[in-house]
Design a protein around this ligand. Structure first.
Ligand SMILES: Cc1cc2nc3c(=O)[nH]c(=O)nc-3n(C[C@H](O)[C@H](O)[C@H](O)COP(=O)(O)O)c2cc1C
Length: 147
């Protein structure tokens, strides 16, 4: 897929319990629509927060962003990154999913001494973490290294 794709990363807060059936419902709905619209991405849950990377055609991305923003199952949506990219990070993943165990984003960021108050640096670190969790890390390292 060589067409330029839009992408965004946000963090939100949720009161959902990681084991709740709402999680499955979110993933099922997300995967179905994302597949229809040609969107791919990764969702991470940790300690009352969602982190989601979503990418694909701009129109589809805007459509799903509006749905996600209006979803009462999370609040305080904060965009960490919005942009375009030459190629997808998670091609083939309708919506990958990970929750905190065994490696946590918190530890991952601390080990790398990421400046979390620097939004762009934090966003790059979250994406790096997601790629590693999804198993895409090694293959896409070159694509994500700062240029
Ligand atoms: C954290 C979070 C992430 C979500 N991610 C997606 C997504 O990637 N794609 C999607 O279509 N819906 C996603 N949703 C669900 C939408 O907000 C919405 O509930 C859903 O698209 C409605 O689907 P339905 O019309 O099939 O019921 C997400 C919801 C939450 C809370």
């Amino acid at each position: 897929m060589s067409l330029e794709s839009g992408c965004f990363l946000y963090r939100s807060r949720t009161a959902l319990n990681a084991r709740s059936s709402d999680f499955q419902a979110i993933l099922i709905a997300a995967r179905r629509r994302n597949q229809e619209l040609g969107l791919t991405g990764y969702l991470h849950y940790e300690d009352g927060h969602f982190y989601q990377w979503l990418e694909g055609p701009a129109e589809a991305l805007a459509q799903v962003a509006a749905l996600v923003e209006a979803d009462p199952r999370h609040t305080h949506i904060e965009y960490l990154w919005r942009g375009t990219q030459a190629r997808r990070q998670f091609a083939g993943w309708d919506m990958g999913y990970g929750s905190s165990a065994p490696g946590t984003l918190f530890d991952w960021v601390a080990e790398r001494e990421v400046h979390v108050s620097d939004r762009a640096e934090f966003a790059r670190a979250v994406l790096g973490f997601m790629l590693e969790m999804s198993g895409y890390g090694a293959a896409t390292k070159a694509a994500t290294s700062d240029s």
